[in-house]
Structure formats: structure tokens, C-alpha cells
Design a protein around this ligand. Sequence first.
Ligand SMILES: [Zn+2]
Length: 456
Amino acid sequence: MSMHTSTISFRGGTGSVTGANFLLDTGTDKILVDCGLTQGENFCSEENYGEFTYVPSEVRTLLVTHAHMDHIGRIPQLVRRGFTGEIYSTEATKDLARAMFKDAVGILAGEARLCHKEPLYEAEDVEQALTLWKTHEYGEVFSLADDVQCTFKDAGHILGSSLVFLERAGKRIVFSGDLGNSPDVLLKDTESIEGAHYLVMESVYGDRAHEGRDMRRQVLRAAIEDSRQKGGVLLIPSFSLQRTQVLLSEINALIEDEGMQPIPIFLDSPLAIEVLDIYRRHSDLFNDEARARIAGGDDLFDFPKLKLTCAPEDSASIESAPNPKVVIAGSGMSHGGRIRSHERRYLGDKSATVLFVGYQTVGSLGRRIKDGAEKVKIDGDWVKVRARVSELSGYSAHKDRDALISFVETAQATLKKVFVVMGEPKAALFLTQRLRDFLGVDATAPAKENSVTIDW
Ligand SMILES: [Zn+2]
């Protein structure tokens, strides 16, 4: 057999936690892994609006690790610009992507107006993308061109999330997508990458440890009890996908197993409510404990005094509901969505608390509040921050620095090279150095548009 060589090029998702976009060129075929939006204060940036640095019509296959917008957000745009190949993911990822795109089309149209640009894409581009989209279950081996075999394995990050395994002539490349913070209350643990020769991996928390993981449910309870005592509002900006479902199942457990008194809780996010239905529909993917609870008759996402507010008028009525109350709303970085109007209303209120439960990217409103800004501008108005601001990092959906090392360690014997991506530079470099020092593997943090030849 002749020796194959391929190139991996890093078209997005380097030096940043968002904008995942990796191109694998086998010499005769081009395979993309993920095609995500770059997130900042808005989506109007050149990273999102600029040309792809490859010809979309020349790409034959797009593999999708999971349905977060920083991994899927440019797919309809790729289709609009000429991609006609095949898209593959798990079925849950496709279902979630459909919901995410539906939500995104409205947000992108609004932002485009604000920055005087055309929307990145519209509903018909989404429809077109979905017609190209095929699904495979975890563990099912399917063939791509050039004798490449592909398998999705569970990444444990969000529902349907995958590690992408690509095999050719006995050699294996793994694209990690995002890596779950296992064990998760709902999802199964991240599967092993034993036998991998090349690895492209995320590093969002490459330089940090998640503190208080064991205590997170009690810290969440303490924040709820504190707001109850103060008679204030607890605002939880939360990602509509996964984080919100985890929070609801945690509150469900606090009330049903640990005797916490119910408190009015508003889930104020049409997207999170739709995602909830998709989670229920795919609950066969949950871990044993979660499935056992469901089999025993518990609805993991429902408990007394929970109110789902879908219609705008229901959302508006939250303000007039008496305190204390808890409002969970998107978006998770206060980038858009209903949380912004709640923040505008409550940030100036001393009895209010904002509890961050997820990563806040540089440039986002959430990051500015978390970093202690005394006042922030929300939709044209300056708002003084008098509310208490706190953070609960144990609910991250990403592995922390030690878990990332353990993940790589399972393939230590075979790994030829690890490419560290999807992290701010400090995090990516820290992880790269630790992989070299602790595991002795060849690791590098490629720069944007770097291209590397591999014998695969
Ligand atoms: Zn993700």
C-alpha cells in the first residue's frame, strides 16, 4: 500500500473559542469538520461575513460535531455560497441544529439591520442545508470518499455531541468538537479516543480548573435561598442548549430529593423550551441514572412553580410577578435574547443577583458584567450595575485542564500529534505545554490558516 498524506488546515477556531472550521484535504477530496460562527458582541464581523478561505463547491463532505452555533452557525451560508455535498451528524444534532437555525435567522436579520448589512443567510438557506443533511448513530461506521471510514462517538458535551473518528489505511484522526464535563447529570461520559494517531482538540478551559464541582448543586441552592431571603430576583443567563436543561434537572432534584421549597421560576426562552422537547424525544441518549429516573416516572424538567414563557406577552409579565423569583433566560453570554431586557430592568437593583453559569467570551455583555463593569450599555442605554454578580463554574459543559489531559492520555501510546484549538491563546498554549510536559506528546497550537501535512 502506498503511503497517504493529507493536510489539515485551520480555517477558524484558532486563538478563539468560537468559529470552529477545520478542513481536511486528502489530496483528492476535501472534508470539513464544523462550520461555526465567531461570537463577539455581534455577528457582523469580517470573520462571519468574509469569504470562506476555500471554495465551498469543492468540499465534498461536512461533518458536524454538535449543534452549538460556534460549530454550525455558518453552515447555511456555506450552502448559500455553493456547497452541495453531504452533511453528516447524529440525529439529535440535526434536530437541535434545525431549532438553533430557526432561532438564529431572526437574530441575524436583526443584527444585519443594525450594522447595515445583508443577513448572513435566510430560512431558505437553512432548508437547503437540512436537505443535504444525513444522520448516523453513535458507533455506526460509514464510508466517505477515498476509503475514509467515519464514526461518531459520544463527546458528552451536549445532546448528540460527537467525537469524529476518521480512519484511513489503519490510521485514525479524531476531531474532539467540544468535550463534555463528565460525569454530567443527563449525558453519558465522553468516550475514549484510544488508538488515535492525530487529534484536533478543544481547549476552552485548557488553563483552568472547575472549582466547586462537587458543591455546585448546593451553591445553586444557596443562590436561590439568598434571593428568597432578600426578596429579590435571581437572573441566570443560560445557554438554551444543554445548560438550561441541566439547571432544570438540578432544580428538579433539589425540590424532589432534597426538600427545597419551590420558588417561582421562569424559563424565559422559546429556544430553550423547544430544545427541552428535543431532549425529551432523545432521552434514550441520556446516562443510566437519568434514564432510570425517567423510567420511574419523574419528569426531569418539570417541578412545582416552573413556568415556561414562550409568548412575548408572557415574558413581559415576568416583571410584574412578585419577588422573589428566578429567571432563566438566554442568551448565555447576554449577546442577544430576552436576558438583555431582564438585565436592563434588574442590574440596577441591589436585591437582584446575576448568576453566571457558563463561559463568557471576550467582548460579550456577559463578560463585561462578570469582569465587574460599574455600568454597561444595553441596547443604547447605560445601566449601573448594583446587583450582586456571582459565578458558578461547576456547571461548565467543557472539560477542565486536568480532565483534558486525562482525555488525551488514553491515546498517549499511539498519538503522533495533537493540535490544540478552540481556546483563547493563553488557554491553548497552557494546554499545549502541559501535554508536552505531562504526557510527552507532540502538541502544537496552530494559528489561523495554518496548514499541516500529516501521513494519513
Ligand atoms: Zn459546544
